[in-house]
Design a binder for this molecule. Structure first.
Ligand code: NAP
Length: 288
């Protein structure tokens, strides 16, 4: 296979944990990779680890802070300029933030990092995805989406901030977005699914300090829920490989599973889409 024959995959958060494990599995499948993360050192290490085993594919690292809308838009432009066709986009980067933080435009960071960045990236790369014969978007959610309360806002203000609710809402947003994109992009040939990877002891929650990280890991360990990052990445690898790709589905353990009732509410998906479009200034007409 020539270098140019390798399908192209863009993966956010491919420098650590589940994203890094997924990047290895996709390299094994023959995908060339564009790995996105904030940290140059981790990015270079992820790239060289993959190249050591899979020298025939191209692996590049793009630095971007997905909490910043300007950074995300610049990232999308760099990718568009370089890759006329993209086969797979994996919206994986995500975090839980214990104490309220807001970004440059005044929006709370869990929402902007976990959901808004991926709304911007996907909608900015749809044309490149539509040029592939197998254009596919995978958005990583979590079982935490079941905890999302309807009376908690999509974008919390400081006085009402609840770290668990902000995370749960962002993971519900991941699902609503994945399903709504699938419906809106129907005529483009792109499929869009969500993956619940399961629980792994990654760097997740370590941004809140060692104690917060240990509490997160221990609480899942005692419930017997911990799996390896590689195991958690298998549903992503499955969706990347399967010939007859599902559409508008939640995948867990390489199978289609039921999400919460809210995840299927069209009016909620429309509300979130309009909010995201108003904030980002991006709304798609999907003109082919
Ligand atoms: N671990 C779990 O138990 C679990 C369970 C269910 C769902 N998930 C989901 O799985 C996904 C991956 O999590 P993980 O467990 O692998 O966590 P992780 O080890 O902390 O990895 C998170 C990745 O996201 C990137 N990232 C975070 N904030 C970013 C930002 N502002 N800009 C750019 N990149 C950013 C990080 O890159 P750098 O720090 O290198 O910049 C890193 O590569 C998340 O969406 C999470 O919600 C995890």
């Amino acid at each position: 296979m020539e270098m140019d024959d390798h399908p192209i995959c863009v993966i956010t958060g491919g420098t650590s944990g589940i994203g890094r494990a997924a990047a290895h599995l996709l390299a094994k499948q023959g995908y060339s990779l564009v790995i996105v993360g904030r940290n140059q050192r981790r990015g270079k290490r992820a790239r060289s680890e993959i190249k050591r085993y899979y020298d025939q594919i191209e692996v590049s690292f793009e630095t971007a802070d997905l909490a910043s809308q300007d950074d995300t838009m610049e990232l999308a432009k760099r990718i568009r300029d370089r890759y006329p066709t993209i086969d797979l986009l994996i919206n994986n980067a995500g975090q839980r933030i214990d104490h309220y933080q807001e970004g440059e435009n005044g929006w709370e960071l869990t929402f902007t990092t976990n959901h808004l960045s991926h709304y911007i990236l996907t909608n900015s790369l749809w044309k490149q995805l539509s040029r592939s014969n197998n254009g596919s978007v995978i958005t990583i959610t979590s079982s935490a989406h079941w905890q999302a309360r309807s009376d908690y806002p999509w974008i919390a203000k400081e006085h009402e901030y609840d770290r668990k609710q902000s995370y749960a809402k962002s993971k519900l947003a991941n699902l609503l977005f994945a399903f709504e994109f699938a419906r809106r992009a129907e005529d483009t040939g792109i499929v869009s699914n969500a993956v619940d990877p399961g629980i792994a002891a990654t760097r997740f929650a370590s941004n809140n300090g060692h104690i917060a990280w240990a509490k997160h890991v221990f609480s899942h360990l005692v419930r017997g829920q911990l799996r390896s990052s590689k195991d958690c990445a298998r549903s992503i690898a499955y969706l990347a490989k399967v010939k007859d790709k599902p559409n508008e589905k939640l995948i867990f353990g390489c199978k289609s599973v039921q999400a919460s009732a809210d995840a299927y509410k069209r009016e909620l998906a429309k509300e979130l889409w309009e909010l995201s479009s108003n904030i980002s200034g991006i709304d798609l007409q999907f003109n082919l």
